[in-house]
Design a protein. Structure first.
Length: 456
C-alpha cells in the first residue's frame, strides 16, 4: 500500500491526498524549507492544552539499558550501524532501520519503514518491549552531572499543534518531515516523543515530586553517563487536574516529529470513512518539561574559509563594526557577544555587538546578530541552511572541538556562542516568529525506545 500524506493550500481550498513523491515534488520546486499549514476542516479550536494518558510500549526493567538508544538524528548511518551491530535489541534498529538493509538502500526507501515495523514487532515478540494494559501517565527523569530534569510523558492532541496551542520556533525540512511521516505511518506508532516545554507551576511540581517516591519502571545509566529513570503515575487524577493550568506548550526539540504526527493523523483520517475524532491517531507522544529545568547549550559555528580575507584583514573589519579584544576565555559570559578563533597564531578574541534592539525577539538573538553582521557581510555566508561553507558544532562538544577543527585545517574560523535562553525561545514562539537555524542545543537528549505510542 502506498503511503499518502495531505498537501495543503493556504487559500483554504479542498485538501488533496498525494503520494510522498508527489508531495516532495510539489514543495521542493521553490520551498525547500516547509512550515506546515493546516486546513480548518481538520481542526477544532480549544482554549487549553489537552493532555491524555496512553498505553505505553516500554522496555522491561532488565532490558531498558539494552533497548534504549540515542535519537535517530544525532548519529549518521555508520555510527548507527556500529551501535546496532553490538546490540540486536537496541531501538536503533527501529529508528534507523536502514542499518539492517543493504548499504546501497536509500534511507527513504519504502523498505526502510517496513523493516522498522519488523524490528519493532521483534522487540515486542521477544519480550524486550511490553505494552501497558491500561492507559497511564508517566514520569521521565534525566540526570546529567548536577543537572536534573523531570518530564511528564503523555499524549497531546494534533489539533492543539495545528491551532498553535503547541508553539513552534523552527521551520522544518521537507525531506526530513516526509521521512518521519513515513516512519510513523509504517510503524503505526510514534517511536519517539516530541520534547515540549511549558511554564511550570508549583502544583504540578509537587505532584511530580511525590510521584518519584515510588518504585521505578526502569533506572539505568547510559554510556554517556546520563541516568534515565521512568515511573508510572499513580496520582493520575490530581496530576491531570493540575495540568489544566498549562495553557500553552512549546516545541523545544522535535519539530519534524510533531509535524509528521500531525500529517500522519490527516493521512489516517482520510483513509478512515468512520472517523469520529476519538481515534488514537489524533494524539501524539510527548514529554513535557517545565521550562525552568531545561539545560540549553550554545550552538557554535565554523566557516571553512575567510571569503578572500587574510586573518589580519578580517580582524580589522571586526574592529570597525564592534568591540574586539583578546581573551583567554573562549566562552562568552553573556548575551550580546561571541568569541572568535582564528588558529593558534592568533588565539581567541571576544567580540561585542553594539546597538542591539532588545525589543525585537529575533534580531536580538546572538545567532542572528552573528549572521546579519558578520557571517553574511564579511564572510559571504548566505542561507545557513544550505550554504556548504558553514558548519554547526553542538555545545556539548565544547570549545576544544572548535580549536581542533580550525587547527586541523577543517575550518578557517570558529565562533563560540552564548546559549540562547529559554525566555528567548518562548518569546520568539509567542510572537509566532521563527528562529534562525541551529539556535538551540538541548542536553541531555531524550533516549529512544523508552516510551512508544501506538496509533490504534
Amino acid at each position: 500500500m502506498e503511503l499518502g500524506v495531505a498537501a495543503y493550500s493556504s487559500s483554504g481550498g479542498d485538501v488533496a491526498v498525494l503520494s510522498q513523491i508527489q508531495v516532495a515534488n510539489k514543495r521542493s520546486m521553490d520551498n525547500p524549507i516547509f512550515f506546515p499549514i493546516f486546513s480548518i476542516r481538520y481542526t477544532s479550536h480549544m482554549s487549553n492544552l489537552r493532555i491524555r494518558p496512553f498505553n505505553a510500549i516500554y522496555p522491561t526493567a532488565s532490558d531498558a539499558t539494552r533497548v534504549a538508544s540515542v535519537p535517530y538524528d544525532v548519529v549518521n548511518r555508520k555510527e548507527a550501524g556500529a551501535i546496532g551491530m553490538q546490540n540486536e535489541d537496541s531501538f536503533i534498529h527501529v529508528v534507523r532501520s536502514e542499518i539492517d538493509l543493504p548499504s546501497e538502500t536509500s534511507p527513504y526507501d519504502a523498505s526502510v519503514y517496513t523493516k522498522a515495523k519488523e524490528n519493532l514487532d521483534r522487540l515486542l515478540e521477544n519480550g524486550a518491549l511490553v505494552k501497558d494494559k491500561n492507559p497511564s501517565l508517566y514520569l521521565y527523569r534525566q540526570c546529567m552531572g548536577d543537572h536534573h530534569q523531570v518530564g511528564l510523558v503523555a499524549c497531546c492532541h494534533v489539533d492543539d499543534y495545528n491551532n498553535n496551542l503547541i508553539r513552534k520556533h523552527e521551520k522544518t525540512r521537507q525531506v526530513k518531515e516526509d521521512d518521519r511521516t513515513n516512519h510513523v505511518l509504517g510503524l503505526n506508532a510514534n517511536s519517539g516523543p516530541v520534547f515540549l516545554t511549558y511554564r511550570g507551576t508549583k502544583n504540578i511540581d509537587v505532584i511530580i515530586e511525590e510521584g518519584m517516591n515510588k518504585r521505578p519502571m526502569f533506572h539505568f545509566k547510559a554510556d554517556d553517563g546520563v541516568t534515565h529513570t521512568g515511573w508510572r503515575v499513580e496520582n493520575e487524577e490530581a496530576l491531570l487536574a493540575a495540568c489544566s493550568e498549562i495553557k500553552l506548550a512549546y516545541v523545544a526539540d522535535g519539530h519534524h516529529r510533531s509535524a509528521s504526527a500531525a500529517r500522519s493523523a490527516v493521512a489516517l483520517k482520510e483513509k478512515n470513512p468512520k472517523h469520529d475524532g476519538s481515534e488514537e491517531y489524533n494524539w501524539f507522544l510527548t514529554v513535557l518539561f517545565p521550562a525552568d529545568q531545561l539545560n540549553v547549550l550554545p550552538y557554535n559555528r565554523i566557516v571553512v574559509d575567510l571569503h578572500g580575507n587574510t586573518e589580519e584583514e578580517l580582524l580589522k573589519k571586526l574592529t570597525s563594526i564592534g568591540t574586539l579584544t583578546k581573551t583567554d576565555n573562549p566562552t562568552p559570559s553573556a548575551s550580546g557577544s561571541c568569541c572568535v578563533y582564528l588558529g593558534k597564531a592568533f588565539g581567541w578574541y571576544k567580540f561585542d555587538f553594539p546597538e542591539i534592539d532588545m525589543s525585537d525577539p529575533i534580531t536580538s538573538l546572538d545567532v542572528d546578530l552573528l549572521q546579519q553582521r558578520i557571517l553574511t557581510p564579511l564572510l559571504g555566508i548566505g542561507d545557513p541552511r544550505s550554504d556548504t561553507r558553514i558548519d554547526f558544532v553542538g555545545g556539548i562538544r565544547g570549545t576544544t572541538e572548535l580549536e581542533k577543527r580550525v587547527d586541523d585545517g577543517d575550518a578557517a574560523i570558529a565562533f563560540s556562542m552564548y546559549h540562547t535562553t529559554i525566555k528567548q525561545l518562548l518569546d520568539v514562539a509567542d510572537a509566532n516568529l521563527i528562529m534562525p537555524p541551529k539556535s538551540t542545543w538541548f542536553e541531555p537528549k531524550l533516549r529512544s525506545g523508552l516510551f512508544v505510542h501506538e496509533l490504534c
